[in-house]
Design a protein around this ligand. Structure first.
Ligand code: 5GP
Ligand code: MN
Ligand code: MN
Length: 333
């Protein structure tokens, strides 16, 4: 029923109607790739008045620049104030939409596409599949139902999204359906080697040195998570300034920290303003880190979650430590 309503919502946009695509703050590959891939498909359907945006500074991480469809991007301040249709990508709740949250009310219809189990279903129509490995899986299904065939542009966007959220097909969510979608995307002729190098394996030398410094101060607490170990580090605005780096380069840092064999839970605390920290949490399975994140005002998935912390880095980690035991997954069940 929701699929039919979503198809109807897209199809009922008038010929000169305005469509606004939005995704979560600090967009990652899934948020941006799903949004721009869907935007390219809407253009193929003949939608001409089309914008894509996200809250906060209109800055796309270097690694995500050059995606097909990026010409659809406009700063949030310039986005249609009252579009006929708003489509929201990869956001579990309205709080992830920042200043764009008002569009849910001013738009003719609000369509939500997402895969977070914690999604609050804040749209008029909600396509939320917690079993989907990425929002792009939901986008692909909707495109099939809309009768839009994949082309190389759409496919590159959806491939970036799919590889981002599956850790390049390494995470548990990598089902046969994921590989089947990847096969259909690759069949359009996109180049996975080039795309992966650009998205995952490219960073400025200053960021390499910054990572070295921040990893050098990581701490391992063997007893923190029910005896399963917690590893964490932090990065300050001063660290970024000294190495001449933008905040988004730190998004890949958690992938180095979570390698730690002695820890089940990993954490990176990234300063975003003097009193505010963006926190990334990862689990290898013993702890449901989305419970930790939700308890501290954030959200996410079982094994990858985040929240906004306040105070100092030590205080933020104290708050996490306090939540770990309650978030232990009872494997006897
Ligand atoms: P990351 O650590 O890569 O920034 O985020 C991991 C996951 O946690 C993402 O799937 C994202 O949805 C969720 N997440 C990260 N930060 C926040 C936050 O501040 N609030 C909420 N609700 N979810 C977050
Ligand atoms: Mn995301
Ligand atoms: Mn996602």
């Amino acid at each position: 029923a929701e699929w039919a309503a979503a198809v109807a919502a897209v199809r009922s946009v008038p010929a000169d109607g305005r469509v606004l695509l939005i995704c979560h703050v600090n967009p990652d590959g899934d948020a941006l790739g799903s949004m721009l891939g869907f935007g390219l498909a809407l253009r193929r359907l003949g939608v001409r008045r089309l914008q894509a945006t996200f809250p906060g500074p209109p800055e796309v991480p270097d690694t995500l620049r050059g995606l097909p469809g990026e010409e659809l991007l406009v700063p949030a301040a310039e986005a249609y104030p009252d579009p006929d249709l708003v489509v929201c990508f990869d956001a579990a709740s309205e709080s992830r939409l920042g200043e764009l949250v008002d569009r849910l009310a001013t738009a003719g219809t609000a369509l939500v596409l997402d895969h977070h189990a914690s999604n609050t279903r804040f749209g008029a129509v909600n396509l939320v599949d917690p079993c989907a490995a990425a929002t792009s899986v939901v986008v692909d299904e909707l495109l099939t139902r809309l009768g839009v065939p994949l082309d190389a542009g759409i496919a590159e966007c959806l491939y970036v999204a799919l590889t981002t959220d599956t850790g390049s097909f390494r995470f548990e969510a990598t089902t046969p359906a994921v590989h089947h979608l990847a096969a259909r995307l690759l069949a359009t002729g996109i180049r996975p080697g080039d795309i992966s190098r650009r998205i995952f394996d490219t960073r400025p030398f200053g960021a390499v040195r910054l990572f070295g410094e921040v990893l050098g101060r990581a701490r391992l607490e063997p007893a923190a998570a029910g005896g399963r170990g917690l590893v964490w580090t932090y990065a300050t605005l001063d660290d970024l300034a000294r190495h001449g780096q933008r905040p988004y380069v730190l998004e890949a840092l958690i992938d180095s920290v979570r390698c730690t064999a002695e820890a089940d839970v990993s954490c990176v605390v990234k300063q975003t303003s003097p009193d505010e920290w963006a926190v990334s949490l990862r689990s290898k399975g013993a702890v449901d880190v989305s419970r930790v994140a939700v308890a501290l005002g954030g959200g996410g998935h079982r094994f990858a979650a985040g929240f906004t912390g306040r105070g100092g880095a030590e205080q933020v980690v104290d708050a996490i430590r306090d939540q770990l035991d309650a978030a232990l997954i009872d494997v006897r069940r």
